[in-house]
Ligand binder design. Structure first.
Ligand code: FUL
Length: 487
């Protein structure tokens, strides 16, 4: 496991200690991210792939009585899908290996309801394998969604099903290489086929799945994978399916159940999830899942309702820009490919991000801070590295850094990132520009955490800019300050 402080920063600190007296990194404040959470924060945007029998029946929730032969994506091409995702800047892809219909997209030994019994590739295909391999070739993480609710399985609702669910997870987490995220959705129980019983089955969300035991199994098989659910343990649902984080959106959170009691997947007080809680005791950052279409699965009638690039861009600022990650669903169609409408939006989204974020316009600035903790100077804000940072001395709660850009510069996007391995320390910031005779406030924001993007209504021009930490609960430690102009 890498040491949280880079060797360069460490040597710089050591040298500074020799000449200026000891300057250790700040002591962590409150909850801090694990290594696996830190890696996840760096992904920013990942893709969801909803693909199953529903793609062919036109439903959103399959009943579990589908003929496996309807699953026949004759032109399925994992590389065509994954290369489009990579081009759009997605750094991971999470596949519905099994949705509520119970149909398995890999040749599982646990049930007959799956691709092994479909016409597709004469029952010899493996969607999970093809996508996992392709993600590796394209340098994307690969993740799995395994629905806890299974409307096909005869044992659903009984203890035997929990064993089947864990065996399915074991197959997925053993046979397909590294998995970056395991996704448990919260929809649970109701009517279904259940091996022909065709009845309604309800379960106790708090006890039926014995989640801690399943999470131990995931830790054992894939220690680097983050686990997502309404309540974590690593990543929390943001509380809506519109792709929008709260403002503020704190990475810290202590979820409670809908009735105020203990929380579990499928049972959380959803209204708390968008914002999290300032000073919550757990590092439990938000993931914003949203579909590029009205539904999660591909439906021909929705080809005309694919979100255009301007809408994807707004979602990016309202999720990633508030310190959450964006999980954008792009469902393959009946051919087993992304439809041209989805491809066009994805492509434009990738172009927008590459052009806008290509170059930090503040990179060459000189930076002067109102307070510096030994060697952790403000120039570290501009070096493009995520492991170096500017820090203030222990007693400081308000501080600023003035940047001299050297020439008049136009920008309309500001990015600020805290050095989150020391916790979420900042409560509020403001950004000013020098008008020629005075500082003028351009924008203010609350939570920063892994990232805050401020998008101004139109570009402003300045040769000097100032970041102000206006409120903090511990001495600020900031990793990045950057300016961009939208393409
Ligand atoms: C929900 C499911 O019920 C939807 O079908 C979809 O998979 C969404 C991402 O999660 O819980």
């Amino acid at each position: 496991m890498p040491h949280p402080i880079s060797r360069r920063a460490f040597l710089a600190t050591a040298a500074a200690s020799a000449v200026q007296g000891a300057t250790a990194p700040p002591a962590p404040y409150g909850a801090t991210p694990s290594q696996r959470q830190l890696r996840w924060h760096e992904l920013e945007t990942t893709a969801f792939l909803h693909f199953s029998v529903n793609t062919f029946t036109g439903k959103e929730w399959g009943y579990g009585d589908e003929d496996p032969n309807i699953f026949n994506p004759v032109a399925f091409d994992a590389d065509a899908i994954v290369s489009a995702l990579a081009d759009a800047g997605m750094r991971g892809a999470i596949l519905t290996a099994k949705h509520h219909d119970g149909f398995c997209l890999w040749p599982t030994k646990t049930t007959d309801h799956g691709i092994r019994n479909s016409l597709w590739r004469a029952g010899k295909g493996d969607v999970v394998r093809d996508l996992a391999d392709s993600c590796r070739r394209h340098n994307l993480g690969f993740g799995v969604y395994l629905s806890p609710w299974d409307r096909n399985n005869a044992s659903y609702g009984r203890p035997a099903y929990i064993d089947i669910y864990r065996r399915q997870l074991t197959e997925l987490l053993t046979d397909y290489g590294p998995i970056f995220e395991v996704w448990h959705d919260g929809a649970n129980g109701g009517d279904g086929f259940y091996g022909g019983a065709r009845e309604k089955r309800t379960i106790d969300k708090r006890t039926y799945y014995d989640w801690p035991k399943t999470w131990d199994l995931i830790r054992k098989l894939q220690p680097n994978a983050v686990i997502f659910s309404d309540v974590g343990p690593d990543i929390r649902w943001v509380g809506n399916e519109r792709g929008i984080a709260g403002d503020p959106c704190w990475a810290t959170y202590d979820p409670v159940g809908a009735d105020g009691g203990p929380a579990s997947p499928g049972d959380v007080r959803e209204k708390d999830s968008p914002a999290g809680q300032r000073h919550g005791s757990r590092w439990l950052p938000a993931e914003c899942d949203v579909s590029i279409r009205p539904g999660w699965f591909w439906h021909e009638s929705e080809n005309v309702e694919v979100k255009p690039v301007a809408q994807l861009t707004r979602l990016y600022y309202n999720s990633v820009g508030r310190g959450a990650n964006l999980l954008l669903n792009v469902p393959p169609n009946r051919d087993g490919l992304l439809s041209p409408e989805d491809m066009a939006s994805l492509k434009a989204f990738g172009q927008y991000r590459r052009a806008t974020f290509a170059r930090n316009l503040a990179a060459g600035a000189t930076a002067v801070a109102s307070n510096v903790r030994g060697a952790f100077g403000p120039q570290n804000l501009l070096d493009g590295r995520s492991d170096t940072y500017w820090a203030a001395e222990d007693a400081i709660r308000e501080a600023d850094v003035a940047f001299d850009l050297g020439r008049e510069t136009s920008f309309n996007v500001i990015r600020v990132c805290e050095a989150i391995r020391f916790g979420q320390r900042i409560d509020a910031i403001a950004v000013d520009r020098w008008s020629g005779s005075a500082w003028e406030q351009l924008a203010a924001a609350t939570s920063v955490g892994p990232r805050r993007l401020i998008r101004l209504a139109s570009p402003v021009t300045a040769s000097r800019v100032r970041l102000r930490v206006t409120q903090a609960s511990a001495s600020p430690a900031v990793g990045e300050f950057a300016l961009f102009v939208e393409a």
